[in-house]
Design a binder for this molecule. Structure first.
Ligand code: HEC
Ligand code: HEC
Length: 297
């Protein structure tokens, strides 16, 4: 097995490619933010870690949903196989097809604010982006740059035997996910530190997010959910439940252009996105049924 593999970020596996997906075992162990020095940089590193886990508390003006960065980048962006920040950091600047630019690390983080957090990106050079960058750089100390270390992104998933299916997906959802994420996908908030995040509806990631594409959601879910029983779903189950979740209503793609169909042609022309298609009679991305953006609870 190759020690260094490419991430899914820039090179998604086509659905026809079948690969086994062992969960990464021997991976880099990043230092914790608490061990950062007691100086100005150390303060920024600790703020960066807190921004990951308490995004809306630390940066309310930039967050438009009920999520925190660490709901997807688990363990405050430390967990291998949950798009850890240390693995990302050593691969930027990088060209991204999604925005057609060379992206600095800060620019990459801006995109997660815009889509995954359904918010407004903090400006480049802002206190927030500098803190998240300082934290990522601190964790990545000692890693070689320019190559994807094991644990980057989500473990690649084999293609499912059968196409993703809403009926099977809904069944899996009600059996294995709804106890935490809610029958309506809205999640549950027990306190600021105890949140089962929303998977669809107004408090979830918007249509432009990576998680809104079935292949990425399936890969995340297979490796990281159900919480406490990670890795227990079959590839088919992960794919079916991802198909179901990413076929529900969620906030509008900020790149919306004229109509769901036109926006689909521009930004969602992929078998992994259901945006601009009809599911259960609802045209996904139709402004009439799309929850309003930026109303955080
Ligand atoms: C025991 C409770 C629990 C169960 C069961 C569970 N999850 Fe989660 N899920 C969580 C928590 C908690 C997080 C956020 C993790 C964190 O912040 O560390 C999360 C995060 C997520 C996320 C990323 C954040 C978001 O809101 O988009 C997705 C997607 C997800 N879960 C899907 C699923 C799916 C699909 C299932 C069923 C196969 C499932 N979960 C079962 C607790 C659970
Ligand atoms: C709803 C889930 C979700 C949330 C919330 C989220 N992200 Fe992401 N993020 C993703 C996905 C999906 C990717 C793409 C991972 C891949 O394809 O390997 C990603 C990628 C990234 C990357 C690049 C990873 C790499 O290896 O190139 C960084 C850095 C990042 N996110 C930072 C953040 C920060 C900081 C926040 C909070 C402001 C945040 N994200 C919130 C889902 C999320």
């Amino acid at each position: 097995m190759a020690i260094f593999s490419r991430t899914q970020e820039e090179t998604p596996a086509p659905p026809s490619v079948v690969q086994t997906a062992p969960l990464a075992t021997k991976v880099f162990d990043p230092p914790s933010a608490e061990s950062a020095p007691a100086d100005a940089l150390g303060d920024a590193i600790r703020l960066g870690a807190r921004l990951m886990t308490h995004t809306a508390q630390e940066a309310p003006q930039y967050v438009g949903n009920g999520l925190a960065c660490s709901n997807c980048h688990l363990d405050a962006g430390r967990k291998a196989g949950a798009a850890p920040l240390w693995a990302a950091f050593v691969n930027f600047p990088a060209f991204r097809k999604k925005n057609g630019e060379i992206n600095s690390f800060q620019k990459r983080v801006q995109d997660c604010f815009l889509y995954s957090m359904n918010g407004t990106p903090p400006p480049l050079g802002s206190r927030e982006l500098l803190a998240i960058e300082s934290y990522a750089a601190f964790m990545a100390r000692g890693l070689p740059s320019g190559i994807s270390p094991p644990g980057r992104g989500f473990p690649k998933l084999a293609a499912p035997a059968k196409a993703g299916d809403d009926i099977r997906g809904a069944q899996i959802y009600s059996e294995k996910c709804s106890a935490c994420h809610g029958a309506d996908g809205a999640g549950q908030r027990l306190s600021d530190d105890m949140v089962y995040p929303a998977l669809w509806g107004p408090q979830s990631y918007n249509w432009g997010a990576g998680m809104a594409t079935i292949d990425k959601a399936a890969a995340f879910i297979r490796a990281n959910m159900p919480q406490g029983q990670e890795g227990s779903l079959t590839v088919q189950e992960a794919w079916d439940v991802a198909t179901y979740i990413d076929g529900r209503v969620r906030p509008q793609d900020p790149r919306f252009a004229k109509s769901p169909q036109a926006t689909r042609a521009l930004h969602h022309d992929s078998p992994f996105s259901r945006y601009g298609t009809r599911v259960d009679g609802i045209l996904l991305g139709d402004p009439a049924t799309t929850p309003a953006a930026g109303k955080r609870q």
